[in-house]
Write a protein that binds this ligand. Structure first.
Ligand SMILES: [Zn+2]
Length: 367
């Protein structure tokens, strides 16, 4: 029974990944007999998860049936909660973004806020004419420590809340809810598409700094679900005050607002000024990258893996990645020539997408 389930799961993932395939393809690539492959796809068709789409071009002999995943048969929603915005994303079972919206809405730890979130979610789905019974659930990315064992958000310094049970949020929504820390969600989006991807560390540089380690297709959570909380790694003894109450944390130097506030609000504007070689912007970037390079080097020393720069700054920095690499290279004891720092692939709504993909994965795992 277990073998059969494992085979069916492998076949479904294979079809999702390759678009249009045939039973002989599946049999050959997954090293299973043709009757086994045919029986599995027959079951998947009966379940409505796979569709027949005519015949493939013949390479001699009988033409094979063309099979594709019914990618929109189930959908998932991603909801990213931040201090000043909510972001909504709708995806299908292969992780394509079907709809996206970002709404200005300040967080308040009250029922009225979650009622508003629910209203926004429902109107988002209405606009997309989404059949509600297709929805697998809502993945919620939250900027705090998300304890999956105790099913609560232990705390979020940035939102000024602690010990929020998942149920106290999910009761406002009409779908199963899955919770994820924001940096974990960003990392999950980044790692989801790359099957068997090399392990990497995702450094989330938004208005707070966080991080997550992704390896073997999973997130490492840590004993207290705080793995990767590098925003509170000390980079300057007795340095600047951090919102957590300590001094010299990475967050106190590398949160995105250090750059955006310097130009009056928009991070894109900061990078425009940097492109125009404005002295003030260059000076701020120089200090910013000093601390960032220190952090990247430290993380790399501990984990010896690639580091993906994500969040607002990672999404906006473009070619300025080189400045960081130059400083990391200079710091690195081992003089590695291969660049191990890169910017994220998902530049918009990564956390919301990652949370939605967690929902998708929990569905696909059960197929
Ligand atoms: Zn701190």
């Amino acid at each position: 029974m277990e073998v059969k389930k494992k085979n069916r799961n492998e076949v479904f993932r294979y079809i999702c990944k390759h678009g249009t395939v045939s039973n002989p393809d599946i049999s050959y690539e997954l090293k299973m007999s043709l009757p086994t492959a045919t029986q599995i796809t027959k079951e998947l068709i009966e379940q409505g998860l796979v569709e027949e789409k005519g015949e493939l071009q013949s390479t001699g002999g009988r033409r094979a049936k063309a099979l594709s995943a019914a990618v929109n048969v189930r959908l998932a929603v991603g909801l990213d909660i931040t201090k000043n915005h909510i972001t909504l994303v709708l995806t299908n079972i292969v992780g394509e973004i079907l709809k996206y919206e970002r709404i200005c809405q300040s967080y308040v730890p009250e029922d009225v806020y979650y009622q508003k979130v629910n209203e926004e979610l429902e109107s988002f789905l209405d606009e997309g004419n989404v059949e509600r019974d297709k929805i697998l659930g809502v993945g919620i990315s939250f900027p705090g420590i998300v304890n999956l064992d105790r099913e609560l958000i232990t705390y979020s310094h940035v939102l000024g809340v602690e010990a929020i049970p998942f149920a106290s949020i999910s009761r406002f929504l009409s779908y199963p809810c899955f919770f994820l820390n924001d940096a974990n969600a960003g990392a999950y989006a980044e790692g989801f598409q790359e099957e068997g991807a090399e392990p990497f560390f995702y450094l989330s540089l938004s208005n707070t700094v966080g991080g997550a380690f992704f390896g073997r297709n999973e997130l490492m959570q840590g004993k207290n679900f705080r793995c990767g909380e590098v925003g509170h790694m000390t980079v300057a003894a007795g340095g600047e005050s951090c919102y957590c109450g300590k001094k010299g944390c990475l967050d106190a130097y590398c949160a995105a607002w250090h750059l955006s506030e310097a130009v009056g609000g928009k991070l894109e504007q900061f990078f425009e000024r940097l492109d125009q070689e404005e002295t003030a912007a260059i000076k701020i970037w120089d200090t910013y990258t000093d601390y960032l390079a220190m952090a990247v080097n430290n993380i790399h020393m501990v984990l010896d893996c690639d580091i993906v720069l994500g969040g607002y700054v990672g999404s906006c920095m473009g070619t300025h990645l080189q400045d960081i690499w130059d400083k990391v290279f200079e710091r690195n004891t081992f003089e590695e020539k291969d660049v191990f720092v890169r910017v994220c692939n998902y530049k918009v709504a990564a956390a919301a997408l990652g949370a939605a993909l967690k929902v998708v994965e929990s569905f696909v795992r059960r197929i």
